[in-house]
Design a protein around this ligand. Sequence first.
Ligand SMILES: Nc1ncnc2c1ncn2[C@@H]1O[C@H](COP(=O)(O)OP(=O)(O)OP(=O)(O)O)[C@@H](O)[C@H]1O
Length: 750
Amino acid sequence: MAASVNFAVGSLVWIEDPDVSWIDGQVLAITGDELKVQCTSDKTVVVKASSVYPKDPEFPSCGVDDMTKLAYLNEPGVLQNLKVRYDINEIYTYTGNILIAVNPFRRLPHLYDGHMMEQYKGAAIGELSPHPFAVADAAYRQMINDQISQSILVSGESGAGKTESTKSLMRYLAFMGGRSGNEGQSVEQKVLESNPVLEAFGNAKTVRNNNSSRFGKFVELQFDDRGRISGAAIRTYLLERSRVCQVSSPERNYHCFYMLCAAPPEDIKKFKVGSARSFRYLNQSECIELDGLDDPKEYLVTRKAMDVVGISAEEQDAIFRVVAAVLHLGNIVFAKGSEPDSSEPKDDDARKHLKIAAELFMCDEKGLEDSLCKRVIVTRDDVIMKVLDPVAATINRDALAKIVYSRLFDWLVNKINSSIGQDPDSKSLIGVLDIYGFESFKTNSFEQFCINLTNEKLQQHFNQHVFKMEQEEYTKEQIDWSYIEFIDNQDVLDLIEKKPGGILALLDEACSMFPKSTNETFATKLYQTFKDHKRFSKPKLARNDFTVCHYAGDVTYQTEFFLDKNKDYVVAEHQALLSASKCSFVSSLFPPLPEESSKSSKFSSIGARFKQQLQSLLETLNATEPHYIRCVKPNNALKPAIFENANVLQQLRCGGVMEAIRISCAGYPTRKHFNEFIARFGILATNVSNLSCDEVTACKKILEKVKLEGYQVGKTKVFLRAGQMAELDARRTEVLGRSATFIQRKFLTY
Ligand SMILES: Nc1ncnc2c1ncn2[C@@H]1O[C@H](COP(=O)(O)OP(=O)(O)OP(=O)(O)O)[C@@H](O)[C@H]1O
């Protein structure tokens, strides 16, 4: 984005700062390529002109509602604009057709009420303040007018506000596409009420967000030819399974566990639960209660929402029985058994929980114990019963808890889908994607790897779209524009998902050859295969880690659990036990396996399935007109009124906002309507502004007079290259300065 700008004494500039990213100041003197700058923070510094960005002298005090209206489209300008708007609770800003949403961390109910929805109905984008309603409205209108399916992609890091934005979008679309009158539980009501249900089972408190969705979601609203919602489908992606058995302070497990432990007494009795603190899966973390979350109330809210989405009372009971059983499973602790290397429930308490878990699952108690403590191994010639030691039995128990929970979650999604119903005749749809943003933590595992693959794919989709939009604008204005390069991340995508030979393919290979392969041999294989790949590297001191150079930065992954996490299988004993449950709900979670896959000839992996899901998502998205909402989390304290520059910048980069701006800067980022241009720069060619010629000629004359090169004049606007606006402003500052001195001198003489 950096552009060589000619600064003048008096020009306003932005200087890089280690603490707040950018600080502003004014040029005091120029020596060669060095500028002496008086910063607003009072210090004076000398900096290289090439490291400095120009600052708009006429920046409006309340900012601009669209970044493309910024006179100087550069990083500090973008940041300043978001910040001044955030300070006055203007949390939404456009960048062309991208909506940036900065999380206010405070309720702003007036922004989302019915009156507001009425206002946005049919208003052209840009007419009212930026808002998710405006995006939803634009999508809806486009769908109706052009009969083209639409999608709204909401992204951002955890806690940035994706789910909240998605809910606003859904409410607005339900408002536009809803049916008048009461026809029982309408499609849109079911869609809206699916939120609390999915949140109860798929959301949890994390360090980053008190109500973090631990799965990705794509909601497809289908519309009939009169623009009314006629069906809907929800697709979910990769629920975080490990949380069921493993949480640490200050995080929590999935909300539903705590709700159940806070249910009314009769339900506590029915589901044989007690205090949340008595369950190992919950009390590993000290965080049980959560400020602002009323578990007893949420239990009832969830139950009610379940009614609305069409889950019967019996089904609800079965669901909570399974949730309770998972909690009891966690309390079955193992000790060494009588045989060598064997295990058994440690004491009476462990036996009690075993008994209750079996009752809740409606399965055989001895069968449950065996499925936890023993393993049948089928070899070529024999069937061997192997006992498990207490450590292996514990891992086995957790595997059971995780598979049961993830099957339960999938069941809920399927149930909601079949209850809402699909409209096979629907010609157009609006899809809303609420999916995890790019992740880079201290330790990154298989989950982060999949999440970041998702983001690479969405980034490519985004780049291609932004690029296309730019081209369309130039065509509309009849501007010559030679093709510009944009960063294509196809090479990272190939590295990860190419078949054969990509990282996921090698992982599948390693998994299917288990136990010959281990995480170590997998890592070694990666090092050998990709030693010359420019997007891949081996960190110096690490033995099993690898680094991928993603579009949003480098991420180092620990291969430690990759093989295990990639394997998508149910322990045969667990499958046999639960598919024989006397409870039809439980047995339906474990339908009998088709013949050939039970022979374990076919290996299925989480990675491969996820890749396929992503491919199908991208196919859907490619058939739609996309709209983007980029959510930004202004601070990690989750508090209102704190705007941390560096933090925000990092997210704008990861979310592709800076890339969109870069693409735009590579062309003609500054566009000014003829009249605005003349008003601002007429002074550079006084003879021209005095002339009453037409606007186009006047603009051309000004541009010729100042001898600017490389600009273009379109049908309604002047198109300037990056930095040219600042150059014109610098000249203007000079002229104004000279005029002031001139007037002063005249005045003094007089
Ligand atoms: N527009 C908003 N108005 C008020 N509060 C908001 C808004 N957006 C977000 N928040 C607050 O921030 C919290 C986090 O938002 P949200 O759950 O939508 O994040 P997310 O991006 O979906 O995170 P995750 O990826 O962890 O699910 C919300 O619980 C709410 O307290």
